[in-house]
Design a protein around this ligand. Structure first.
Ligand SMILES: [Fe+2]
Length: 135
């Protein structure tokens, strides 16, 4: 069964961010489970809704911290958040419309969705947060 795990390379060192990423990983895995168990669209949509809701909260928390420290790459990071949220909202719309999903492809997409963003954007932001604390 595909599982997303928060491997060592994904820890940013910020307890605020890592704690949220833990919860995101749990929600991604709950959605994977509902897909893999062949649950109906309604159940899948429920687990996906939980992921979408928490993702929105998490992004808002990160963005508040960006504004607070006047993070230099705030605009690009926020744009990336908007794109990521849109992708899962569209996945949900597709499910709601009764669309069939390709389970391995969606699992692969979501793993990369989370992993890619952490590695490319959150790592840089966490480093800036840390620097600001020690400055
Ligand atoms: Fe982020």
């Amino acid at each position: 069964m595909a599982q997303f795990s928060l491997t060592d390379d994904l820890y940013t060192g910020s307890s605020l961010i890592d704690g949220d990423h833990h919860r995101l990983a749990e929600l991604v895995n709950a959605f994977f489970e509902s897909m893999q168990n062949g649950e109906n669209g309604e159940r899948m949509s429920k687990t996906l809704h939980a992921l979408i809701g928490f993702t929105g909260e998490h992004f808002a928390r990160e963005e508040a911290e960006m504004d607070r420290i006047r993070y230099v790459a705030t605009l690009a990071h926020k744009a990336e958040h908007t794109k990521l949220l849109k992708q899962i909202v569209e996945l949900n719309e597709m499910l709601d419309a009764g669309g069939k999903i390709n389970v391995p492809a969606v699992a692969e997409f979501l793993s990369e969705w989370l992993r890619g963003h952490i590695l490319a954007a959150d790592m840089k932001f966490a480093a800036a947060l840390k620097q600001q604390k020690t400055a």
